[in-house]
Design a protein around this ligand. Sequence first.
Ligand SMILES: Cc1cc2nc3c(=O)[nH]c(=O)nc-3n(C[C@H](O)[C@H](O)[C@H](O)COP(=O)(O)OP(=O)(O)OC[C@H]3O[C@@H](n4cnc5c(N)ncnc54)[C@H](O)[C@@H]3O)c2cc1C
Length: 484
Amino acid sequence: MEAPDFIDCDVVVVGTGAAGVAAGLAAAEGGAKVYVISKMPHHAPSPTTRAWGGMTWSTEQTADELIRQVVHTGGFLSDQRRVRQFADAVPATLNKLRIEGCDFDDPQPAGEGMPGIVRWSYRGVDSGEEAIQRLIDASSAQCMWLFAATEVLVQDGAVCGLAAIGLKAREAVIFRCPCVILASGGGAAAFQRTDNPPGATGDGIAMAWEAGAELVDLELISFGYPEARVQDVLERGEELREELLGLGYGHYFLGGVRVDERCETNVRGLYAAGEVTGGLFGAARLGGAALADCFVFGLEAGHNAAFAAQTRAVELDHIVVDAACDRIEGILRGSRAPAPVHERIRRILWEHVGPVKTAGSLQHAVEELHAIEADLAFTGGASREYIRAAVEARQMHTLGGLIAQASLERKETRGCYWRSDYPEPDNEGQLRNIVLRKAKSGCELSSQPPVMTELTEPPAPRIGAGCFGYLTRLSDAIGPGSGR
Ligand SMILES: Cc1cc2nc3c(=O)[nH]c(=O)nc-3n(C[C@H](O)[C@H](O)[C@H](O)COP(=O)(O)OP(=O)(O)OC[C@H]3O[C@@H](n4cnc5c(N)ncnc54)[C@H](O)[C@@H]3O)c2cc1C
């Protein structure tokens, strides 16, 4: 395929959810020329627009309490340096959102026994949509709808651009830029049953991995489930498999792209923010903390990427561009409708990698995914829907294999992560972060003790479904709360 003209800029943000628009706003304020792209049409539903709008915040005086809540809820797998950064940043972030025109109801106390932890809600009817529209209006970053990112372009270990498909014109688009921010959300819609809208297929996680970025705790995924049945999953998962698979849904990705305090990955110039990232919440998330995470770290990523872009000029190697364009060409000329493979991957993930899983089911998933590789390579076509589905199918295929491998490694049950063959938490052997990285031989897997800079004595973790309510006493062995 002939290489298209390049679009030159400083920063491309992938995603127009809460994290993406916050990142675009901050990067543009930092003086960068910024594009914010989404594979979906403007006003299409996303997890951000679907969110109920509850946000958990502390004040300057109560950051320690928020840290305690997040770390205990997550079963002590959080990177506590990032949790501290999060809690310290929330008051200023809320002020910033208000200055930019986001409107909130008066804060409500989060729960008894937690003075200073409050929940804010957006004011307005379609509140998530309204909040991000205010940030888009306030920003000089340019939004581009119906552009599906396919890969991050990397040369000598640093970002040099992003490849995408313009879904209206059905053509390759190459951004030439020193910084890319992945704000493409989680991958809960890669599971057949989900409360996420279509499109939440974990593309950014797969793209980050392909680009050489580390992923952390990718196996940690929150499933909404009738609480009364969680014990059945753990004790009789295999026996009741069919029945249990008829319940519940994929809700939220706790694991994802690993970033440092500047929201940068180990690939220079590649940043990430929002649900695409991992490491903040550990094995379960406090209700209402996801949107706060998106806004806090979206602004942080945008600010840092704009600054970094000033110091780097990029040249694009034609070999890198040609390879990306050839892969896009393969999709545009695909001869097989992608829907059956797209659906098959989602079914495999739900049935074998989802809420009910054992070493046997995970191994089965790896084999099934391997068996459809050849079919996948031919999927694509000329229509906008076919192209997007073919892009997603490729990303979900990569994502699914990685989740299965990470899950094989975590041999315990903790928070929202359940293994029917290891139904107990294991603080002795499994209190660790599992890190995945692409290597020549395939997937390199390592593990490290979690960063514990504040709280150092993990009790037995809570186990439950969905998002968790607030702890009022440390001894509370409660399941999920009302929060999202
Ligand atoms: C039903 C529901 C209710 C919720 N309620 C709450 C709540 O009340 N409080 C709370 O804190 N959290 C809530 N959550 C969780 C929270 O909404 C999400 O975690 C958060 O909105 C994720 O935002 P994000 O910016 O990371 O990504 P998303 O909102 O998922 O946006 C991702 C963006 O990336 C784009 N994208 C993806 N792949 C590509 C690609 N390949 N190329 C181009 N663009 C791409 C998408 O089109 C989209 O624009 C809820 C979630 C759900 C599903």
